[in-house]
Design a protein around this ligand. Structure first.
Ligand SMILES: C[S@@+](CC[C@H](N)C(=O)[O-])C[C@H]1O[C@@H](n2cnc3c(N)ncnc32)[C@H](O)[C@@H]1O
Length: 226
């Protein structure tokens, strides 16, 4: 037996092993493996608060997705702009039966292949050639920041993409700016997130939407005096 065989296979130091594990965890975070049945689960891509990522609750994402499908009509085309969990719900529920694109700044969502369109609101009209203008029946959008500048820039993109219908989710404080920039009105439906946020969020639409017909949360029945 040679000396090297006696020593066995080379061992990594605990320091090197920890560094390698950290590297693999990092890789998984940046290039998530989205091949399983759970690939469209909300939260499969973790929130990164530095990118202002706050995911909708599954119930809210479903409600928004179904409203978008109803508004787009059969065979309609839907754009999800900075609203990845609506995209995930659409694909989870309708698989290949809907035509949907996810416009996102976070490149981890590129794992969704051709549906992914890299998008930075700071360059609102900088879109790939394969995306024809006014080719989406409805645009669902949720700007990352509660500022007029962010909404103004994203509005340019929304108007460029839509054939007319718009579903915007943002802070209630943006109501006036949203009406001015996009002609949208606040709905009764109250969107909810997976965690409690400090700001009141609302949905705004410019079409006859189910989101304006009933409330998301059933208020408890008030009991009269006994
Ligand atoms: C407030 S979150 C909206 C997510 C939505 N609640 C959902 O569950 O799908 C804002 C989104 O904007 C994206 N974002 C961050 N920076 C951006 C940028 N510069 N341009 C466009 N989108 C950006 C984030 O990745 C995030 O998906």
């Amino acid at each position: 037996m040679s000396d090297s065989e006696e020593e066995g296979p080379p061992q990594l130091s605990s320091y090197a092993l920890a560094a390698l594990q950290e590297f693999y965890a990092e890789q998984q975070q940046h290039h998530p493996d989205l091949r399983g049945d759970d690939k469209y689960n909300i939260g499969i891509i973790e929130e990164n608060w530095q990118l202002s990522q706050f995911w909708y609750s599954p119930e809210t994402a479903l409600r928004l997705a179904e409203d978008a499908v109803a508004a787009a009509g059969e065979g309609g085309r839907i754009a999800c702009v900075s609203a990845p969990s609506v995209y995930q719900k659409l694909r989870e529920r309708h698989r290949d039966a809907v035509s949907v694109c996810i416009f996102e700044y976070d490149r981890r969502f590129a794992a969704y292949g051709e549906d992914f369109v890299y998008y930075d609101y700071k360059n609102p009209v900088d879109l790939p050639e394969r995306i024809a203008t006014h080719s989406f029946d409805i645009v669902v959008a949720d700007p990352p920041y509660l500022s007029e500048e962010c909404l103004r820039k994203m509005s340019e993109t929304i108007k460029l993409l839509t054939r007319g219908k718009i579903l915007l989710c943002t802070g209630a404080v943006m109501e006036e700016a949203a009406a001015k920039l996009l002609g949208v009105k606040m709905c009764k439906f109250i969107p909810e997130h997976t965690r409690t946020l400090g700001n009141e969020f609302r949905c705004f639409v410019n079409y006859d939407s189910g989101l304006d017909r009933d409330l998301s949360v059933q208020l408890p029945v008030q009991e009269g005096p006994k």
